[in-house]
Design a protein around this ligand. Sequence first.
Ligand code: G3P
Ligand code: CA
Length: 320
Amino acid sequence: MRSLFVVAALVLALLGLPTVAPAKPASADEQVLNIGHRGASGLAPEHTFAAYDLALKQGADYIEQDLQQASDGTLVVIHDATLDRTARGPGQNCTGLVSEKTLEQLKTCDVGSWFNERYPELAREEYVGLQIPTLEEVLRRYRHRTNYYIETKNPDNADRMEQRLVALLEEYNLLRSAADRWQVLVQSFSPASLLRLQALEPRLPLIQLFFGSEASQTIQARLDAVAQYAVGIGPSKTDIDAAMVQAAHERCLDIHPYTVNESEEMRDLIDVGIDGMFTNFPARLDEVLGRAAVGGKHAAKRAADAQMDCVSGLTATAAR
Ligand code: G3P
Ligand code: CA
């Protein structure tokens, strides 16, 4: 579909007829990316192998990782900067800032039991004792079998988080597949972090996140700058409107709202033209997308191709 825009623009140009820049059309419903937010974190403890395994079983195209850094520099996967909400274990190791603990200390913490305490109806014995994974452990477990949607958290206070991330992606042979078929997308609220990543590895597809309650117009005003380094944006679902979707697509930016957990809001966002969404319940989104849904690697590849086609179209238009 998107390549048709490019072809049409070329034909019009050859005929000497006026053209308009081809905007990226909204993704077809079956191509909407299903991003397991912290894994299937509505049903299993977030950022554990249990949550990631379940997300993949339930049809997620991507599993999300929130990166924090241990005091020795190791990249670990945990959402909060502090341990208190999700970690249980020795107080000196499992309370306070993640960045003040060594990996050895963090590995003594149990990040499954809090879930059983908080959601007794979903509790499972096997969640007790689950550990905080390192990013390397995640990459080693899933290799090329899934797609990764990795967020740099607090990157501006970290010690070379971006360098460490790129080095790991290189070690696990994921840089090329990230570029060619979006096997890895890297997201951040920090433009500075994304710019550092772009400088380190220009092939990496990047997503600019926006904090909730930013006005649609404020986000739209930033899109020209964002399009210089990113392939997409991640706004809060509550901030999305049709004008933002159109403005993003006119700049060949995909749009992936967070965090969408109810079937009705999933349908509403698909209707407004988004290209993927973060959800704690990948099975719910899989059901909304239906049997025709393109899955996993194919979904990521189609999204990558569509975005690259759009950029080619814009470039061709600008060159005339
Ligand atoms: O990364 C998208 C979404 O996860 C951002 O919010 O706080 O869950 O990381 P948060
Ligand atoms: Ca996140």
